[in-house]
Design a protein around this ligand. Structure first.
Ligand SMILES: [Zn+2]
Length: 293
C-alpha cells in the first residue's frame, strides 16, 4: 500500500468492497468488524510504522548483528549428508503435525527450467495445498523447507467448516509468523541435538534459543508481512514455550498451533488472532526479549 494512503484509509473502493463483504459475512452469521474484513486487512501504514518504530527504538546492537547474519555458528558440518526433506518431516512429526500428504503433492527437487523460488499455495482451500521448492543440501534450504511447510500445515489445519472466504489466514503476517517461527527450528538447540545428532533431549531442559537473524525472504511485495510476522513469530514462540516447554519432539506444540493459530482461519481478525493465541495484543516485547536472549 503506498504511504500516502495512510491519511485516507480506507480508500473509497476498499470501503465499498468492505461494505459488500461485511453484508455477505453477516448473512452467513459472522459479525465482523468492517475495518478488519479480509479485503480491508491490508495493513494500515500508521499501525505498521508504530509497531516497527517501537521495536526499532529498543532494539540493541544484537539486532544489527543478527541482520548482518554473521554472528551464528555454521551448521554446515552438522547438515552434511542429511536430506532436508527428511529433516523437515521429522521436525514436524515431533510436533505431531503430519506433512507427508502435503509433501506428496509438492514439487521439491530442482530440474532444468524450474522456478527458482520457493512458495506454498493453497489451491482450493479444501486440501489441495502445494509446495514448490528446490531442495539442496545445507542450512538455507532447510530453512526454506521448514518455512514453506509451515505455511502448508497452517493451511491444512484451517477449519474446513468455515465459509470459503474465511478459510485462510486473516492476514499474510499471520502465516509468515508461523513460517518464520518454524523455519527457525533449525537453530533450536533441541532440534540440533535431537534431529541432527540423534540424541535424546535431557529431561527438564528449557533453554530458549530465540535469537536468530531476520529472514527477509525473496518473495516480493509484502515485506511488512515478514517484519510484523517476526513480531508475531516471537510472541507465538514465547507463548508455545511457556505453555508446553518448546517445539522439538512435543506434539502439544503442534496441537497448540493447530487449535489456537491455524484453525480460526480468517474468522478472527489478525489482531484478535494474536490475542487469542498469546493472551495479548501484538507488540515488540517478545521480539526484543528474543534478541537479547
Ligand atoms: Zn513465507
Amino acid at each position: 500500500m503506498p504511504t500516502e494512503e495512510a491519511t485516507s484509509w480506507p480508500t473509497p473502493a476498499v470501503a465499498q468492497l468492505s461494505t459488500v463483504l461485511a453484508s455477505a459475512a453477516r448473512t452467513a452469521g459472522f459479525d465482523l468488524d468492517l475495518d478488519e474484513l479480509p479485503i480491508a486487512a491490508a495493513l494500515r501504514t500508521d499501525l505498521v510504522l508504530d509497531l516497527l518504530h517501537a521495536a526499532a527504538r529498543h532494539a540493541t546492537n544484537q539486532w544489527t548483528r543478527s541482520l548482518l547474519g554473521d554472528a551464528e555458528a555454521d551448521l554446515g558440518p552438522l547438515l552434511a549428508g542429511r536430506d532436508n526433506v527428511e529433516l523437515t518431516v521429522a521436525a514436524y512429526d515431533g510436533m505431531g503435525l503430519e506433512t507427508r500428504h502435503l509433501l506428496d503433492r509438492a514439487d521439491l527437487r530442482p530440474r532444468p527450467g524450474k522456478d527458482q523460488h520457493a512458495f506454498c499455495l493453497d489451491i482450493d482451500r479444501a486440501g489441495d495445498i502445494r509446495v514448490l521448492a528446490n531442495v539442496a543440501p545445507g542450512e538455507e534450504s532447510l530453512d526454506t523447507m521448514l518455512h514453506e511447510v509451515g505455511h502448508a500445515v497452517y493451511d491444512d489445519h484451517v477449519d474446513r467448516l468455515l465459509p470459503w472466504a474465511l478459510r485462510c489466514p486473516p492476514q499474510p503476517l499471520a502465516t509468515e509468523a508461523v513460517a518464520l517461527m518454524l523455519g527457525r527450528l533449525r537453530r533450536d538447540p533441541e532440534f540440533l541435538v535431537e534431529s541432527l545428532q540423534g540424541l535424546r533431549r535431557p529431561e527438564g531442559r528449557t533453554t530458549p534459543d530465540w535469537a536468530s537473524k531476520i529472514h527477509l525472504a525473496v518473495a516480493p511485495v509484502y515485506y511488512q508481512s515478514y517484519l510484523l510476522g517476526e513480531l508475531m513469530a516471537f510472541q507465538v514462540d514465547a507463548a508455545v514455550r511457556e505453555a508446553v516447554g518448546g517445539f522439538v519432539g512435543r506434539p502439544d506444540a503442534g496441537a497448540f498451533l493447530a487449535e489456537r493459530v491455524f484453525a480460526p482461519g480468517a474468522s478472527r481478525t489478525w489482531r484478535d488472532l494474536v490475542v487469542h493465541a498469546t493472551g495479548r495484543p501484538l507488540g515488540p516485547e517478545a521480539f526484543l526479549a528474543g534478541l537479547e536472549a
